[in-house]
Design a protein. Structure first.
Length: 268
């Protein structure tokens, strides 16, 4: 299977590196990428080991069996239209935030299109991805996507009307967690912990809490209650979150990201 990435940014690099790091996938999938930025090409090749070119030659396009559109939604049309007639009939997978199947079908004059939203933790085998399909996607096409993305985490098929929510939740979600971790570390450092100790404890705490949820130790609310003793330290900390409407703030964060995804998908 020959896969060509259009765009060699961070997400394309994460996917390609995830494939490279998986022996089962790397033995059967050949990858190349195209990006007009020579710096992006160099970074892609350095991180993934795969070739990247600054121009999409006819030979690159003809040998590709699957094309992954991995550019920013703002430049997706400019990147796609020159290629449309040259990749007719191929499976096209778009990971551009907000970009609707209807728009992609119009650009590529094809129904063999998948809209997919991965996230960067797939680089370490812990991705959370979701996708929706146009009418022309075959069972074999879906099997390929499942083979790739389930090997690097979890994958859900959803209806397209839910893809903007997926984008706001899991697509952008790692950045929210990184921000939380940094804030917890900063607070601990201000209270005297060495920075490396604070980071190590915070990362393990987040990882351990997530693992408890993964193993079905309880719902988030049940596990929160189990660790919160009346009059204890955890209750004191949680009281600050409640006072400052923490859940409402998180809801607004997700809604804002969702609205931006919807906005990016609107035709200009």
């Amino acid at each position: 299977m020959n896969i060509l990435f259009i765009g060699a940014g961070k997400m394309a690099t994460a996917i390609a590196s995830g494939i490279k790091n998986n022996k089962h996938l790397s033995e059967k999938i050949k990858i190349k990428a195209v990006d007009p930025s020579s710096d992006a090409c160099a970074a892609f090749k350095s991180a993934s080991g795969y070739e990247c070119f600054t121009e999409a030659s006819d030979s690159l396009l003809s040998e590709a069996e699957t094309v992954i559109l991995a550019v920013k939604p703002q430049v997706a049309e400019a990147a796609s239209l020159p290629l449309a007639g040259k990749i007719s009939g191929k499976l096209i997978v778009s990971i551009a935030a907000g970009l609707k199947l209807e728009t992609l079908k119009e650009w590529f004059k094809s129904e063999r299109i998948i809209r997919l939203m991965p996230n960067t933790p797939l680089l370490v085998g812990c991705g959370a991805s979701a996708y929706s399909c146009a009418e022309g996607v075959s069972g074999d096409d879906e099997e390929l996507i499942n083979d790739i993305f389930k090997s690097m985490g979890i994958l859900h098929r959803v209806t397209e009307d839910l893809m903007d929510t997926v984008t706001a939740l899991s697509g952008s979600g790692p950045a929210y967690i990184f921000e939380l971790v940094q804030a917890m570390c900063d607070a601990a450092v201000k209270l005297g912990l060495p920075e490396d100790t604070a980071l190590g404890l915070t990362v393990q705490t987040v990882s351990g809490a997530a693992e408890m949820l993964k193993q079905g130790a309880g719902t988030p609310d049940e596990l929160r209650k189990a660790v919160t003793s009346p009059g204890g330290t955890t209750e004191a900390g949680l009281a600050v979150l409640e006072k400052n409407n923490f859940r409402g703030l998180i809801c607004e964060m997700i809604k804002s990201a969702h609205a931006r995804s919807v906005e990016l998908g609107k035709k200009k």
